[in-house]
Design a protein around this ligand. Structure first.
Ligand SMILES: *Cc1c(COP(=O)(O)O)cnc(C)c1O
Length: 425
Protein backbone atom coordinates (compact mmCIF):
# COMPACT_ATOMS: atom_id res chain seq x y z
CA UNK A 1 0.00 0.00 0.00
CA UNK A 2 1.61 3.22 -1.16
CA UNK A 3 -0.51 5.93 0.44
CA UNK A 4 -2.98 6.04 3.32
CA UNK A 5 -6.53 5.64 2.02
CA UNK A 6 -9.23 8.11 3.02
CA UNK A 7 -12.94 8.59 2.39
CA UNK A 8 -12.01 11.35 -0.08
CA UNK A 9 -9.83 8.91 -1.97
CA UNK A 10 -12.72 6.41 -2.15
CA UNK A 11 -14.96 9.13 -3.56
CA UNK A 12 -12.36 10.04 -6.18
CA UNK A 13 -12.11 6.41 -7.24
CA UNK A 14 -15.90 6.32 -7.65
CA UNK A 15 -15.84 9.49 -9.76
CA UNK A 16 -13.42 7.99 -12.25
CA UNK A 17 -15.17 4.60 -12.31
CA UNK A 18 -16.62 4.00 -15.79
CA UNK A 19 -18.91 1.26 -14.41
CA UNK A 20 -20.42 3.40 -11.64
CA UNK A 21 -23.60 4.02 -13.68
CA UNK A 22 -24.62 0.36 -13.37
CA UNK A 23 -25.41 0.79 -9.68
CA UNK A 24 -28.69 2.50 -10.64
CA UNK A 25 -29.75 -0.61 -12.52
CA UNK A 26 -30.16 -2.44 -9.20
CA UNK A 27 -32.54 -2.33 -6.28
CA UNK A 28 -30.26 -1.35 -3.41
CA UNK A 29 -31.45 -0.20 -0.03
CA UNK A 30 -30.28 3.24 0.96
CA UNK A 31 -27.32 3.30 3.37
CA UNK A 32 -27.04 -0.44 3.12
CA UNK A 33 -23.80 -2.16 2.14
CA UNK A 34 -24.44 -5.44 0.39
CA UNK A 35 -21.24 -7.51 0.36
CA UNK A 36 -22.89 -10.86 -0.33
CA UNK A 37 -23.32 -10.85 -4.10
CA UNK A 38 -21.17 -13.97 -4.21
CA UNK A 39 -23.95 -15.88 -2.45
CA UNK A 40 -27.08 -14.22 -3.83
CA UNK A 41 -26.79 -11.34 -6.26
CA UNK A 42 -29.22 -8.41 -6.05
CA UNK A 43 -32.26 -7.86 -8.23
CA UNK A 44 -31.78 -5.59 -11.24
CA UNK A 45 -34.55 -3.72 -13.03
CA UNK A 46 -33.68 -5.61 -16.23
CA UNK A 47 -34.05 -8.98 -14.52
CA UNK A 48 -37.43 -7.92 -13.15
CA UNK A 49 -38.51 -6.80 -16.63
CA UNK A 50 -37.47 -10.08 -18.21
CA UNK A 51 -39.47 -12.03 -15.64
CA UNK A 52 -42.49 -9.82 -16.30
CA UNK A 53 -42.14 -10.49 -20.03
CA UNK A 54 -42.42 -14.23 -19.46
CA UNK A 55 -45.41 -13.76 -17.16
CA UNK A 56 -47.04 -11.57 -19.82
CA UNK A 57 -46.36 -14.22 -22.48
CA UNK A 58 -48.15 -16.75 -20.30
CA UNK A 59 -51.02 -14.31 -19.74
CA UNK A 60 -51.33 -13.54 -23.47
CA UNK A 61 -50.62 -16.89 -25.09
CA UNK A 62 -51.22 -19.78 -22.69
CA UNK A 63 -49.66 -22.89 -24.18
CA UNK A 64 -48.78 -21.05 -27.39
CA UNK A 65 -46.13 -19.21 -25.39
CA UNK A 66 -43.86 -22.16 -26.18
CA UNK A 67 -43.50 -20.92 -29.76
CA UNK A 68 -45.24 -17.57 -30.06
CA UNK A 69 -44.57 -15.32 -27.11
CA UNK A 70 -42.22 -12.38 -27.10
CA UNK A 71 -39.58 -14.79 -25.75
CA UNK A 72 -40.66 -18.30 -26.89
CA UNK A 73 -40.11 -20.83 -24.12
CA UNK A 74 -39.18 -23.73 -26.39
CA UNK A 75 -35.81 -22.17 -27.27
CA UNK A 76 -35.34 -20.20 -24.06
CA UNK A 77 -32.62 -22.39 -22.47
CA UNK A 78 -30.64 -22.43 -25.71
CA UNK A 79 -30.96 -18.66 -26.08
CA UNK A 80 -29.78 -18.12 -22.51
CA UNK A 81 -26.94 -20.60 -23.06
CA UNK A 82 -25.74 -18.70 -26.12
CA UNK A 83 -25.90 -15.42 -24.20
CA UNK A 84 -23.92 -16.88 -21.28
CA UNK A 85 -21.31 -18.46 -23.56
CA UNK A 86 -19.09 -15.34 -23.79
CA UNK A 87 -18.79 -15.33 -19.99
CA UNK A 88 -17.67 -18.97 -20.08
CA UNK A 89 -15.35 -18.47 -23.04
CA UNK A 90 -17.36 -21.06 -24.94
CA UNK A 91 -19.11 -21.45 -28.28
CA UNK A 92 -22.85 -20.66 -28.11
CA UNK A 93 -23.85 -24.29 -28.58
CA UNK A 94 -21.48 -25.46 -25.84
CA UNK A 95 -23.59 -23.85 -23.09
CA UNK A 96 -27.12 -24.52 -21.89
CA UNK A 97 -29.06 -22.98 -19.02
CA UNK A 98 -30.63 -25.80 -17.05
CA UNK A 99 -30.76 -27.47 -13.65
CA UNK A 100 -28.75 -26.48 -10.62
CA UNK A 101 -25.08 -27.04 -9.89
CA UNK A 102 -25.82 -30.24 -8.05
CA UNK A 103 -28.21 -31.73 -10.61
CA UNK A 104 -25.90 -30.70 -13.45
CA UNK A 105 -23.01 -32.38 -11.66
CA UNK A 106 -25.07 -35.54 -11.37
CA UNK A 107 -25.79 -35.34 -15.08
CA UNK A 108 -22.22 -34.72 -16.17
CA UNK A 109 -20.56 -37.18 -13.81
CA UNK A 110 -23.11 -39.77 -14.92
CA UNK A 111 -22.07 -38.93 -18.49
CA UNK A 112 -18.30 -38.58 -18.19
CA UNK A 113 -17.33 -40.90 -15.37
CA UNK A 114 -16.52 -44.10 -17.25
CA UNK A 115 -14.46 -46.35 -14.96
CA UNK A 116 -12.45 -48.90 -16.88
CA UNK A 117 -9.92 -51.50 -15.71
CA UNK A 118 -7.82 -49.93 -12.98
CA UNK A 119 -8.88 -46.39 -13.89
CA UNK A 120 -11.81 -46.08 -11.52
CA UNK A 121 -11.26 -43.12 -9.20
CA UNK A 122 -12.52 -39.55 -9.08
CA UNK A 123 -10.20 -36.78 -7.95
CA UNK A 124 -11.52 -33.73 -6.06
CA UNK A 125 -10.18 -31.62 -3.19
CA UNK A 126 -10.78 -31.42 0.52
CA UNK A 127 -11.84 -27.76 0.50
CA UNK A 128 -14.64 -27.98 -2.03
CA UNK A 129 -18.34 -27.35 -1.44
CA UNK A 130 -20.15 -30.25 0.26
CA UNK A 131 -22.84 -30.71 -2.40
CA UNK A 132 -20.19 -31.38 -5.05
CA UNK A 133 -18.73 -34.10 -2.86
CA UNK A 134 -22.16 -35.62 -2.15
CA UNK A 135 -22.83 -35.82 -5.89
CA UNK A 136 -19.49 -37.54 -6.55
CA UNK A 137 -20.05 -39.99 -3.71
CA UNK A 138 -23.47 -41.02 -4.92
CA UNK A 139 -22.34 -41.33 -8.55
CA UNK A 140 -19.51 -43.63 -7.43
CA UNK A 141 -21.93 -45.73 -5.40
CA UNK A 142 -24.35 -45.93 -8.34
CA UNK A 143 -21.59 -47.43 -10.48
CA UNK A 144 -20.82 -49.94 -7.73
CA UNK A 145 -17.70 -48.32 -6.25
CA UNK A 146 -17.28 -47.38 -2.61
CA UNK A 147 -16.54 -43.70 -2.23
CA UNK A 148 -14.18 -44.37 0.67
CA UNK A 149 -11.82 -46.03 -1.80
CA UNK A 150 -12.63 -44.31 -5.06
CA UNK A 151 -12.94 -40.65 -4.13
CA UNK A 152 -9.50 -39.05 -3.77
CA UNK A 153 -9.42 -35.58 -2.17
CA UNK A 154 -6.30 -33.45 -2.58
CA UNK A 155 -5.22 -32.02 0.76
CA UNK A 156 -4.65 -28.36 1.52
CA UNK A 157 -1.34 -27.46 3.15
CA UNK A 158 -2.63 -24.36 4.97
CA UNK A 159 -6.32 -25.13 5.37
CA UNK A 160 -7.43 -22.40 2.92
CA UNK A 161 -5.78 -22.93 -0.41
CA UNK A 162 -4.60 -25.66 -2.78
CA UNK A 163 -1.31 -26.01 -4.61
CA UNK A 164 -1.62 -26.81 -8.31
CA UNK A 165 1.49 -29.02 -7.92
CA UNK A 166 -0.30 -31.14 -5.30
CA UNK A 167 -3.31 -31.56 -7.58
CA UNK A 168 -1.12 -32.55 -10.53
CA UNK A 169 0.79 -35.03 -8.38
CA UNK A 170 -2.54 -36.67 -7.49
CA UNK A 171 -3.38 -37.21 -11.20
CA UNK A 172 -2.32 -40.85 -11.11
CA UNK A 173 -3.10 -43.73 -13.48
CA UNK A 174 -6.14 -44.81 -11.45
CA UNK A 175 -7.97 -41.47 -11.87
CA UNK A 176 -10.81 -41.48 -14.42
CA UNK A 177 -12.26 -38.01 -13.79
CA UNK A 178 -11.36 -34.78 -11.99
CA UNK A 179 -13.76 -32.22 -10.55
CA UNK A 180 -12.39 -28.98 -9.13
CA UNK A 181 -13.69 -25.54 -8.24
CA UNK A 182 -12.49 -22.61 -10.38
CA UNK A 183 -12.56 -20.40 -7.28
CA UNK A 184 -12.65 -21.95 -3.81
CA UNK A 185 -15.83 -20.91 -2.02
CA UNK A 186 -14.19 -20.04 1.30
CA UNK A 187 -10.76 -18.60 0.54
CA UNK A 188 -11.57 -17.22 -2.91
CA UNK A 189 -8.47 -18.83 -4.43
CA UNK A 190 -8.56 -18.94 -8.24
CA UNK A 191 -7.05 -22.13 -9.64
CA UNK A 192 -5.08 -22.24 -12.88
CA UNK A 193 -7.69 -24.02 -14.99
CA UNK A 194 -5.64 -23.94 -18.17
CA UNK A 195 -2.65 -25.62 -16.56
CA UNK A 196 -4.72 -28.21 -14.69
CA UNK A 197 -6.66 -29.08 -17.84
CA UNK A 198 -3.47 -29.53 -19.86
CA UNK A 199 -1.96 -31.76 -17.17
CA UNK A 200 -5.13 -33.86 -16.86
CA UNK A 201 -5.32 -34.36 -20.62
CA UNK A 202 -1.65 -35.37 -20.82
CA UNK A 203 -2.65 -38.25 -18.56
CA UNK A 204 -5.86 -39.10 -20.42
CA UNK A 205 -8.12 -37.84 -17.61
CA UNK A 206 -11.44 -36.03 -18.12
CA UNK A 207 -11.62 -32.74 -16.19
CA UNK A 208 -14.54 -30.53 -15.17
CA UNK A 209 -14.86 -27.36 -13.09
CA UNK A 210 -17.47 -25.86 -10.82
CA UNK A 211 -17.62 -22.16 -11.70
CA UNK A 212 -20.03 -21.12 -8.91
CA UNK A 213 -17.66 -18.46 -7.63
CA UNK A 214 -16.17 -17.31 -10.92
CA UNK A 215 -18.94 -17.06 -13.53
CA UNK A 216 -19.83 -13.38 -13.85
CA UNK A 217 -16.87 -12.40 -11.67
CA UNK A 218 -14.02 -13.03 -14.09
CA UNK A 219 -13.47 -14.12 -17.70
CA UNK A 220 -13.08 -17.80 -18.65
CA UNK A 221 -11.59 -19.56 -21.68
CA UNK A 222 -13.19 -22.97 -21.29
CA UNK A 223 -13.19 -23.83 -24.98
CA UNK A 224 -9.67 -22.64 -25.68
CA UNK A 225 -8.35 -24.30 -22.53
CA UNK A 226 -10.01 -27.52 -23.67
CA UNK A 227 -11.93 -28.05 -20.42
CA UNK A 228 -14.23 -31.07 -20.84
CA UNK A 229 -17.21 -29.82 -18.83
CA UNK A 230 -18.27 -27.17 -16.34
CA UNK A 231 -21.26 -26.31 -14.18
CA UNK A 232 -22.39 -23.16 -12.38
CA UNK A 233 -25.31 -21.42 -10.78
CA UNK A 234 -26.67 -18.11 -12.02
CA UNK A 235 -27.94 -16.71 -8.73
CA UNK A 236 -24.55 -15.63 -7.36
CA UNK A 237 -22.57 -13.09 -9.44
CA UNK A 238 -25.06 -13.37 -12.33
CA UNK A 239 -27.96 -12.04 -10.26
CA UNK A 240 -30.69 -14.33 -11.60
CA UNK A 241 -32.55 -14.57 -8.29
CA UNK A 242 -33.11 -17.14 -5.54
CA UNK A 243 -33.19 -20.61 -7.06
CA UNK A 244 -32.43 -19.16 -10.50
CA UNK A 245 -31.72 -21.94 -13.00
CA UNK A 246 -28.04 -22.91 -13.42
CA UNK A 247 -25.83 -23.54 -16.42
CA UNK A 248 -23.50 -26.12 -17.88
CA UNK A 249 -20.83 -26.29 -20.55
CA UNK A 250 -19.68 -29.30 -22.53
CA UNK A 251 -16.78 -29.03 -25.00
CA UNK A 252 -17.91 -29.60 -28.58
CA UNK A 253 -15.57 -32.58 -28.93
CA UNK A 254 -18.07 -34.44 -26.71
CA UNK A 255 -21.16 -33.57 -28.76
CA UNK A 256 -23.07 -36.71 -29.65
CA UNK A 257 -22.11 -38.40 -26.39
CA UNK A 258 -25.07 -40.11 -24.78
CA UNK A 259 -26.30 -38.22 -21.71
CA UNK A 260 -25.89 -40.22 -18.51
CA UNK A 261 -29.33 -39.09 -17.36
CA UNK A 262 -31.62 -38.89 -20.36
CA UNK A 263 -34.84 -36.92 -20.69
CA UNK A 264 -37.00 -35.59 -23.49
CA UNK A 265 -35.67 -32.01 -23.35
CA UNK A 266 -32.25 -33.40 -24.32
CA UNK A 267 -33.72 -34.26 -27.74
CA UNK A 268 -32.86 -32.64 -31.00
CA UNK A 269 -35.44 -29.87 -30.98
CA UNK A 270 -37.16 -30.86 -34.21
CA UNK A 271 -37.39 -34.55 -33.15
CA UNK A 272 -38.66 -34.02 -29.61
CA UNK A 273 -42.34 -34.04 -30.45
CA UNK A 274 -42.10 -37.15 -32.65
CA UNK A 275 -42.62 -38.91 -29.29
CA UNK A 276 -40.34 -41.84 -30.20
CA UNK A 277 -39.08 -44.17 -27.48
CA UNK A 278 -35.53 -43.83 -28.75
CA UNK A 279 -33.90 -40.52 -27.81
CA UNK A 280 -32.10 -38.59 -30.52
CA UNK A 281 -29.91 -36.28 -28.42
CA UNK A 282 -29.30 -32.70 -29.52
CA UNK A 283 -25.84 -32.21 -31.02
CA UNK A 284 -25.02 -29.53 -28.48
CA UNK A 285 -24.85 -28.96 -24.75
CA UNK A 286 -28.65 -28.99 -24.95
CA UNK A 287 -28.45 -32.80 -24.94
CA UNK A 288 -27.78 -32.65 -21.20
CA UNK A 289 -31.13 -31.12 -20.31
CA UNK A 290 -33.60 -33.47 -18.70
CA UNK A 291 -37.15 -32.16 -18.33
CA UNK A 292 -39.24 -29.11 -19.13
CA UNK A 293 -37.22 -25.90 -18.57
CA UNK A 294 -38.11 -23.81 -15.53
CA UNK A 295 -39.02 -20.71 -17.49
CA UNK A 296 -40.02 -18.43 -14.64
CA UNK A 297 -36.83 -19.07 -12.73
CA UNK A 298 -34.70 -18.72 -15.86
CA UNK A 299 -36.27 -15.49 -17.07
CA UNK A 300 -34.49 -12.99 -14.78
CA UNK A 301 -31.15 -14.16 -16.19
CA UNK A 302 -32.06 -12.87 -19.65
CA UNK A 303 -32.35 -9.32 -18.33
CA UNK A 304 -29.36 -9.65 -16.07
CA UNK A 305 -27.09 -10.81 -18.90
CA UNK A 306 -27.76 -7.58 -20.79
CA UNK A 307 -25.86 -5.74 -18.06
CA UNK A 308 -22.86 -8.06 -18.45
CA UNK A 309 -22.92 -7.55 -22.20
CA UNK A 310 -22.97 -3.79 -21.76
CA UNK A 311 -20.33 -3.60 -19.04
CA UNK A 312 -17.99 -6.26 -20.47
CA UNK A 313 -16.55 -9.01 -18.28
CA UNK A 314 -13.00 -7.72 -18.79
CA UNK A 315 -13.91 -4.32 -17.32
CA UNK A 316 -15.91 -5.94 -14.53
CA UNK A 317 -12.94 -8.10 -13.59
CA UNK A 318 -10.65 -5.05 -13.53
CA UNK A 319 -12.99 -3.19 -11.19
CA UNK A 320 -13.55 -6.26 -9.03
CA UNK A 321 -9.81 -6.70 -8.53
CA UNK A 322 -9.46 -3.04 -7.72
CA UNK A 323 -12.35 -3.16 -5.20
CA UNK A 324 -10.99 -6.24 -3.43
CA UNK A 325 -7.48 -4.73 -3.43
CA UNK A 326 -8.91 -1.56 -1.86
CA UNK A 327 -10.76 -3.68 0.71
CA UNK A 328 -7.62 -5.62 1.66
CA UNK A 329 -5.64 -2.37 1.95
CA UNK A 330 -8.31 -0.99 4.27
CA UNK A 331 -8.35 -4.14 6.40
CA UNK A 332 -4.61 -3.72 6.85
CA UNK A 333 -4.85 0.02 7.47
CA UNK A 334 -7.93 0.21 9.71
CA UNK A 335 -8.35 -3.16 11.40
CA UNK A 336 -4.83 -3.87 12.55
CA UNK A 337 -4.74 -5.51 15.98
CA UNK A 338 -8.34 -6.75 15.96
CA UNK A 339 -7.46 -10.34 15.18
CA UNK A 340 -8.46 -10.57 11.50
CA UNK A 341 -6.45 -12.68 9.12
CA UNK A 342 -6.79 -12.32 5.35
CA UNK A 343 -6.79 -15.87 4.06
CA UNK A 344 -7.55 -15.34 0.38
CA UNK A 345 -4.54 -15.22 -1.96
CA UNK A 346 -3.19 -11.68 -2.25
CA UNK A 347 -2.03 -11.83 -5.89
CA UNK A 348 -4.50 -10.63 -8.54
CA UNK A 349 -4.12 -13.70 -10.73
CA UNK A 350 -4.85 -16.04 -7.84
CA UNK A 351 -7.96 -14.50 -6.32
CA UNK A 352 -11.62 -14.50 -7.32
CA UNK A 353 -14.26 -11.90 -6.52
CA UNK A 354 -14.40 -12.00 -2.74
CA UNK A 355 -12.06 -11.65 0.15
CA UNK A 356 -12.04 -13.99 3.10
CA UNK A 357 -11.31 -12.85 6.64
CA UNK A 358 -10.71 -15.35 9.35
CA UNK A 359 -11.61 -14.47 12.94
CA UNK A 360 -12.40 -16.55 16.03
CA UNK A 361 -15.54 -14.46 16.63
CA UNK A 362 -16.59 -14.53 12.96
CA UNK A 363 -20.17 -15.75 13.51
CA UNK A 364 -21.10 -12.97 15.89
CA UNK A 365 -19.13 -10.30 14.08
CA UNK A 366 -21.32 -11.09 11.06
CA UNK A 367 -24.45 -10.71 13.19
CA UNK A 368 -23.25 -7.31 14.39
CA UNK A 369 -22.52 -6.30 10.78
CA UNK A 370 -26.09 -7.16 9.75
CA UNK A 371 -27.55 -5.05 12.54
CA UNK A 372 -25.33 -2.22 11.22
CA UNK A 373 -26.69 -2.58 7.66
CA UNK A 374 -23.75 -4.44 6.19
CA UNK A 375 -24.60 -7.80 4.63
CA UNK A 376 -21.55 -10.06 4.88
CA UNK A 377 -21.42 -13.79 4.40
CA UNK A 378 -20.43 -16.18 7.15
CA UNK A 379 -19.03 -19.61 6.36
CA UNK A 380 -18.37 -22.02 9.22
CA UNK A 381 -16.24 -22.35 11.15
CA UNK A 382 -14.62 -18.88 11.15
CA UNK A 383 -14.78 -17.20 7.75
CA UNK A 384 -16.24 -13.82 6.89
CA UNK A 385 -16.57 -13.48 3.15
CA UNK A 386 -16.92 -9.98 1.73
CA UNK A 387 -17.70 -9.49 -1.93
CA UNK A 388 -17.86 -5.95 -3.24
CA UNK A 389 -19.50 -6.57 -6.61
CA UNK A 390 -18.27 -4.61 -9.63
CA UNK A 391 -21.75 -3.94 -11.04
CA UNK A 392 -23.25 -2.43 -7.91
CA UNK A 393 -20.67 -1.75 -5.20
CA UNK A 394 -18.74 1.49 -4.91
CA UNK A 395 -15.40 2.28 -3.32
CA UNK A 396 -17.31 4.39 -0.82
CA UNK A 397 -19.39 1.30 0.08
CA UNK A 398 -16.16 -0.57 0.77
CA UNK A 399 -14.84 2.31 2.87
CA UNK A 400 -18.06 2.44 4.91
CA UNK A 401 -18.13 -1.34 5.36
CA UNK A 402 -14.66 -1.28 6.89
CA UNK A 403 -15.49 1.72 9.10
CA UNK A 404 -18.56 -0.10 10.44
CA UNK A 405 -16.47 -3.20 11.07
CA UNK A 406 -13.92 -1.06 12.90
CA UNK A 407 -16.64 0.48 15.09
CA UNK A 408 -17.98 -2.99 15.93
CA UNK A 409 -14.52 -4.14 16.97
CA UNK A 410 -13.61 -0.96 18.88
CA UNK A 411 -16.82 -1.03 20.90
CA UNK A 412 -16.91 -4.83 21.09
CA UNK A 413 -20.49 -4.66 19.77
CA UNK A 414 -20.24 -8.26 18.58
CA UNK A 415 -20.30 -9.43 22.22
CA UNK A 416 -24.07 -8.85 22.34
CA UNK A 417 -24.50 -11.85 20.06
CA UNK A 418 -23.88 -15.55 20.41
CA UNK A 419 -20.93 -16.86 18.42
CA UNK A 420 -22.94 -19.52 16.57
CA UNK A 421 -24.23 -19.53 13.04
CA UNK A 422 -27.89 -19.01 12.12
CA UNK A 423 -29.75 -21.75 10.25
CA UNK A 424 -28.84 -20.25 6.89
CA UNK A 425 -25.26 -19.02 6.90
C1 LIG B 1 -23.35 -22.27 -4.39
C2 LIG B 1 -22.65 -23.52 -4.68
C3 LIG B 1 -23.34 -24.72 -4.93
C4 LIG B 1 -24.84 -24.79 -4.84
O1 LIG B 1 -25.36 -25.79 -5.65
P1 LIG B 1 -26.89 -25.76 -6.10
O2 LIG B 1 -27.12 -27.09 -6.66
O3 LIG B 1 -27.04 -24.64 -7.08
O4 LIG B 1 -27.69 -25.50 -4.86
C5 LIG B 1 -22.60 -25.83 -5.28
N1 LIG B 1 -21.24 -25.79 -5.37
C6 LIG B 1 -20.56 -24.66 -5.11
C7 LIG B 1 -19.07 -24.64 -5.23
C8 LIG B 1 -21.24 -23.50 -4.74
O5 LIG B 1 -20.55 -22.40 -4.45
Amino acid sequence: MSQKHTLEHAKELDKSDSLARFKDEFYIKEDHYYMDGNSLGLLSKRAEKALNTSLQDWKDHGIDGWMNGEEPWYYYSEKLGAKTAPLAGAKPEEVIVTGSITTNLHQLIATFYEPEGTRTKILADELTFPSDIYAIQSQLELKGYSHEEHLVQVKSRDGYTLKEEDIIEAMTDDIALILLPSVLYRSGQLLDMKRLTAEAHKRGIIIGFDLAHSIGALPHQLHEDGVDFAVWCNYKYLNSGPGGVGGLYVHERHFGKKPGLAGWFGSKKDKQFDMEHVLTPAESAGAFQIGTPHILSSAPLLGSLELFEEAGIGELRKKSLSLTRFLMDLVNQELNGYGFKICNPIEDERRGGHISLQHDEAARICKALKVNKVTPDFRAPNNIRLAPVALYSSYEDVWNTVQILKKIMENEEYKQFENVRDVVA
